[in-house]
Design a protein around this ligand. Sequence first.
Ligand code: IMP
Length: 442
Amino acid sequence: MNVTIVGAQWGDEGKGKVVDLYSDEADYIARFQGGNNAGHTLVVDGKKTVLHLIPSGILNEGKTCLIGNGVVFDVAAFFEEVDELLKHGVLSETEEGRRPHDRIQVSERTHVILPYHVELDRAREQKAGEGKGKIGTTVRGIGPCYEDKIARRGIQVIDLLYPELLREKLQRAVEEKNVLFREVYQSAPVDLEQTYQACLKLGERIRPFVADVRGILLEAQRAGKKILFEGAQGALLDVDHGSYPYVTSSNTVSGGMFAGTGLGPGPRLNIVGITKAYLTRVGTGPFPSEVEQTEPEIAKQIRDVGAEYGATTGRPRRAGWLDLVALKYVAELNGLTGIALMKVDVLETLPVIRLCVGYRLNGKEIYDLPASIQDQEQVEPILETVPGWEKYQTSEVKSVEDLPQGLRNYIKKIEDFVGVPVVLLSTGPGREETLEITNPFR
Ligand code: IMP
């Protein structure tokens, strides 16, 4: 059995912790989309590690981490993480089996994020100011890199190893970027030679990591090895199915794993959607169950207790109630077979708990997210208040049977509405603060 983990909200659901737990049982952990816009905060043995690009499974010794072709790959950012992991002793320069390239492989076909992508991302966001055009990106160059990929002017990891071809491709890309920088954004042009030399250097360092990731996965699947696919961001940020244009530039839904690794749908796959017991969003865009205006003290409480500040950018996250309509949509989009419910401990600090069970649009009740961004911005949530379990310390609970009745009802309500079982509960940041109900690998 293979397992795919996807974010079931707007990202920041706590996927890192679940990947870290599930990777105990996996042989391979593969990422298939996104880049270093992701931020996984992991707490292992009380030590905090933030990873953006390398799969969280790296902390699990003996596992191989793979970066699929669907990822956009900032080579310099990758090496910053490698260096950090070397410093923490997770990786070693000399010990066979623990050397960085023994533990991580990158697909030859993965597209490279270059400094001009980051600069373009920044210039666009800056030009948009606080107007409608502002997406609130992580400014990691993600969108511009995917644009180049689709426009067939991207640089792939393998190109870094072919100097002549690299120069040709870079020249074409830089020429066009410089028109944009000069004419549209009034910023400094890119220096071709400097970019080329930097790419050659990175190419030399990345060489031992470059691999046929598709082939590795296929062989692993044939040999009956267990693969964990690690999604980044969340389904509501999917470029096709999310609140477009306030989305990221990749397919974050489970379907993205096939194109993003080159592995066709295998026979046995469980897909676990990770959701917090409430909802947050960073960046701009509609958020029907948001409480920033309606119940600001709840928003503050969620942010403070849940430490809801971006792992990549440090931005405060907008907070709201769990939206069951959106979660059902996400379950359908992804073919979810299980839900991991995260941060349930935050709810026990709230004096009141509500769930969004529908929307009102132009005086009518609706039970689907409308396609138009204008309608999404106008819908009002239909909220249902549920009994809470204030001051109950769920992090101390060791079995599902011992959970407070209020929480058990809350879980049942989610399962009935969405039609998918809750397979894992997280009651705190540590590995041990977890209640596993069903193991998706079995
Ligand atoms: P980009 O992916 O940097 O282009 O940003 C596009 C949108 O996705 C913005 O609203 C970001 O805040 C959001 N986003 C990107 N990555 C993450 C993530 O890992 N967690 C939460 N939001 C994200």
